[in-house]
Design a protein around this ligand. Structure first.
Ligand SMILES: Nc1ncnc2c1ncn2[C@@H]1O[C@H](COP(=O)(O)OP(=O)(O)OP(=O)(O)O)[C@@H](O)[C@H]1O
Ligand SMILES: O=C(O)c1ccc[n+]([C@@H]2O[C@H](COP(=O)([O-])O)[C@@H](O)[C@H]2O)c1
Length: 188
């Protein structure tokens, strides 16, 4: 069984790390894939997304342990990086059961994902608690496993905003990327 944890990772942060650890402990997968998106479908217009190679490298440094695999699979596929497409590709390649790990905000807008009903036939959804101000559709009826885990009030948006305001982000991203992250977004 494999877990896939896709994201924009612009940048990867300590929230991603904690989510991955809770999911890992709960699911004990054979493989755990971290999948940076090339062009995330809901962020096509977002010009502040750094290049794929930088985000991928930061993912590798945030998840250096062997039990996590940072995959560049979405580089091989067409854009935008639809999860349905990624999942079908992985299923063909690995023939494994797939658990798709997402934050609660992603569950709330899951009905807007490309072929979401078909996607649900291919994966088991695993949801990590997250605060969201967005209007809550009735997506809690979508079958999923809800992880019993602490609320993490951190986001990549907040990290980018703090850098622009010259506020500290130490402790919010991995120590081995923090300087690089500050430099990259300060000049965005
Ligand atoms: N603090 C968090 N709590 C729960 N889920 C999270 C958290 N941060 C990220 N996620 C989830 O991780 C996945 C990838 O997130 P992403 O890389 O877009 O980070 P983000 O912090 O949401 O970024 P941004 O603020 O730029 O939208 C998504 O499914 C998202 O819901
Ligand atoms: O397939 C879709 O339609 C789709 C819509 C929104 C998000 N996703 C995926 O969900 C992951 C997190 O996306 P985001 O926008 O919250 O960074 C990332 O892997 C995206 O490719 C996928």
């Amino acid at each position: 069984m494999i877990v896939i944890f896709g994201g924009t990772y612009n940048p990867p942060h300590i929230g991603h790390r904690i989510i991955a650890e809770y999911a890992y402990d709960y699911l004990k997968p054979d493989k755990f894939l971290i999948i940076p998106a090339v062009v995330p479908p809901h962020k096509i217009e977002n010009t502040s997304i750094l290049d794929f190679e930088t985000r991928k490298l930061w993912c590798e440094k945030t998840f250096p342990e062997e039990r996590f695999i940072v995959s560049d699979i979405e580089k091989k596929l067409s854009i935008p990086s639809y999860t349905y497409q990624t999942v079908l590709f992985l299923k063909k390649e690995m023939k494994e059961e797939i658990y798709l790990l997402i934050g609660e905000d992603s569950l709330i807008n899951f009905h807007t994902w490309y072929k979401w009903k078909d996607l649900l036939k291919e994966v088991t959804l695993v949801v990590y608690k997250r605060y969201s101000e967005k209007l809550k559709f009735d997506n809690y009826q979508i079958p999923h496993i809800f992880l019993n885990s602490p609320l993490i009030e951190i986001s990549a948006t907040e990290i980018r905003n703090r850098i622009k305001k010259n506020l500290s982000i130490y402790g919010m991203v991995s120590d081995n990327i923090v300087e690089d992250v500050i430099i990259k977004y300060r000049h965005e």
